[in-house]
Write a new protein. Sequence first.
Length: 137
Amino acid sequence: MWPATFDNRLKAWVALRNRCQSLELEPALTAINQWWHLSPWQPYYLHWDDQADWPDPWQLLSDNVYCDLARGLGIMYTISLLDRADMADAELVLTEDDGNLVLVAKEKYILNWNRDSIVNNKSKIKRIKWVQKTQIK
């Protein structure tokens, strides 16, 4: 269940990051993906054209409004704060079919696609726009 208050969201997010710090890559990515998929969904909160105005991670948790892009941004913030070498190439990507996906390990893992699991992918994703982990930190 998604934490109801900002304080509880912050505590849960810290606990998630602490847990994921010591997990292997795939279980860590799965935990991050599943946690953010608990968030309440609402269409059209953030837009790629407004990237300069995207909230920082604490504002995102405070606003508590999550479209697919906001959820992907939350996933990226989580990965960024973990600062793990095996997640260093993470990218938030707008795909040609309007998906907002997080790609990790040279696109091997796709987050923000499926609620219960990360997708292990071998095909190339067609990007329209993207931000790398280092660009949101």
